[in-house]
Design a protein around this ligand. Structure first.
Ligand code: NDP
Length: 256
């Protein structure tokens, strides 16, 4: 039987990590518009409060959860608190991420460690902490934010590329272990979007000219264009999709 409300997230609670700005914030707004009760995570209470005010202004509701996703104890505590005080987490968007740029031969150990810690370790920490609650309930959706760099390298960001490639495979591993418990774990891979992470690239005309030429769609992505894929992967519409990475990149990853 076809589900009567394939894309509805009504009554579902969604935790979005790194939701104080950028892609995380817009995905949280998108999920809320489709009926989810969202919880915004980030490291800074003031930034989350400002994000929450945008929800209030739009007539949407959001809770906040301040914790650093790289700190496993803080993650476990944070997830426990949400589950106890707000209720079960049905959807996790594992979005928090950072970028560091330097030629690989000059790359600093600290930057390498920060990237592994935020972009890879944290996806495991938050995913595992949430899955431990989802597994006994026999359902749950996890969307790991990957990247076009899960598939392709570019100069100056090799360690970021390594983390995002690993997240793609971690997604397959999570799905392999947890699908049997009724969970669905998938990846969403953005191409190039004008967020704070890409501030320098956005103002670099040479880069934009290259990107426009290299991308079949001929432009940067608009962050709102990621919402459809996130809703799909969080909703009943994707009930038999497991371990897949959905590219939302204007075609840059399929064209030379
Ligand atoms: P932004 O830099 O705009 O936002 C990053 C978010 O992550 C902020 O809310 C930040 O909040 C949060 N964050 C960072 N570190 C931590 C931490 N340790 N604990 C909790 N929250 C943290 O980045 P984008 O929105 O551009 O990127 C979001 C995701 O999308 C990342 O995983 C990125 O790799 C991925 N991506 C982005 C692309 C793009 O074109 N922009 C392309 C492909 C993938 P705060 O600092 O307040 O804690």
């Amino acid at each position: 039987m076809i589900h009567p409300d394939l894309f509805s997230l009504s009554g579902r609670r969604a935790l979005v990590t790194g939701a104080s700005r950028g892609i995380g914030l817009v995905l949280a707004q998108g999920l809320a518009r489709y009926g989810a009760k969202v919880v915004l995570n980030g490291r800074h209470a003031d930034a989350l409060d400002a994000a929450k005010q945008q929800f209030d202004a739009d007539g949407l509701k959001a809770g906040t959860a301040v914790f650093d996703v790289t700190d496993q104890d803080a993650v476990i505590d944070g997830i426990e608190t949400i589950e106890r005080e707000l209720g079960p987490i049905d959807i996790l968007i594992n979005n928090a991420g950072i970028q560091r740029r330097a030629p690989l031969e000059q790359f600093q150990r600290k930057d390498w460690d920060d990237l592994i810690s935020t972009n890879l370790n944290a996806v495991f920490f938050v995913g595992q902490a949430v899955a431990r609650h989802m597994i006994p309930r026999g359902q749950g959706k996890i969307v790991n934010i990957c990247s076009v760099q899960s598939e392709l390298a570019r100069p100056g960001i090799a360690p970021y590329t390594a983390t995002k490639g690993a997240v793609k495979n971690l997604t397959k591993g999570m799905a392999t272990d947890w699908a049997r418990h009724g969970l669905q774990i998938n990846g969403l891979a953005p191409g190039y979007f004008a967020t704070e992470m890409n501030e320098k690239l956005v103002s670099d005309e040479e880069f934009t000219a290259w990107l426009n030429k290299r991308t079949p769609a001929g432009r940067w992505g608009q962050v709102e264009e990621l919402v459809g894929a996130a809703v799909f992967l969080s909703s009943p519409a994707s009930s038999f999709v497991n371990g897949h990475m959905l590219m939302v990149d204007g075609g840059i990853s399929i064209s030379l």
